[in-house]
Design a protein around this ligand. Structure first.
Ligand SMILES: Nc1ncnc2c1ncn2[C@@H]1O[C@H](COP(=O)(O)OP(=O)(O)OP(=O)(O)O)[C@@H](O)[C@H]1O
Ligand SMILES: [Mg+2]
Length: 248
């Protein structure tokens, strides 16, 4: 395991949702460090806190307590301008519920993050179309979300998350609504992005998808129940301390 500073670091993170009198303790003390270039799958039962955790990692929601450091900087201390810059330039977020704008076509949806960054119209269109090609949707560029299938919408959402070439990609069930062939295409794209040096964190219910990640973190009842990265780090530390046993 790398000894350098983590890209993402959560410490004793808690999140309580308070709707009226009802309180939901969604995260109950999460400690997690993710380094640059890692490919991590977050798994766990429905309602265990995966999306809540991703929303905090993506700076879309704030924790109730605990700390979150992004590249060594405390997110809690950033102002709203700093936060939008971080979200807009460094993080690509694929939502569990797509979040596409219904009145805009596929290519216009994909262009949105580039509009926020002030990229010129022609360049925007060029980049958005090339991203749609990467997810095999060039022929749907002029369609609105209501005129596309669930899997196609999911791919538009992925193209939009990636169009800014973010170094951190957070994807909540990116293959959840796709048939297996399309799911495999999306995973192939994820592997390419990982190969290019990007950091990937994805939530999945699919054991086949989770198995493709380098590291699996299981969340249960708002806590980390297991982390293959920690198991490996401990095993490495252990084998450094003790020479391998010689066969008798
Ligand atoms: N805005 C909210 N207000 C109140 N409770 C919420 C809110 N969002 C999530 N919760 C609750 O917090 C808990 C964790 O929800 P979360 O969406 O993080 O789960 P999840 O692991 O992503 O589940 P799934 O696999 O079904 O997507 C659940 O009990 C959920 O009902
Ligand atoms: Mg979820």
């Amino acid at each position: 395991m790398s000894t350098s500073e983590p890209l993402l670091e959560l410490r004793d993170l808690e999140k309580v949702y308070a709707n009226g009198r009802e309180k939901v303790h969604a995260l109950r003390g999460i400690d997690l460090a993710i380094h640059r270039g890692e490919f991590v799958a977050i798994i766990g039962p429905s309602g265990s806190g995966k999306t809540t955790c991703m929303e905090i990692l993506g700076c879309l929601s704030r924790p109730s307590s605990g700390s979150y450091r992004f590249a060594g900087r405390s997110v809690a201390e950033m102002d709203s301008e700093g936060l939008s810059k971080l979200r807009g330039e460094e993080i690509g977020f694929v939502f569990q519920t797509f979040n596409l704008l219904p009145r805009m076509t596929a290519v216009e949806n994909v262009e949105l993050p580039l509009c926020y960054r002030g990229v010129g119209r022609a360049e925007r269109r060029r980049r958005a179309l090339s991203m749609l090609e990467r997810v095999n949707l060039a022929k749907r560029a002029g369609h609105r979300p209501a005129e596309m299938s669930g899997g196609e919408r999911q791919r538009v959402a992925i193209a939009r998350a990636l169009v800014n070439a973010p170094s951190l990609i957070l994807a909540d069930e990116p293959t959840g609504n796709l048939d297996s062939a399309t799911g495999e295409q999306i995973m192939a794209l994820m592997h390419t992005l990982h190969g290019e040096g990007n950091t990937l964190v994805l939530v999945t219910h699919d054991p086949g998808v989770a198995a493709q990640a380098e590291r699996r973190v299981m969340i249960r009842d708002g806590r980390i129940a297991s982390d293959s990265g920690l198991v490996r780090a401990r095993r490495e530390a252990w084998s450094e301390q003790r020479p391998l046993e010689q066969p008798a």
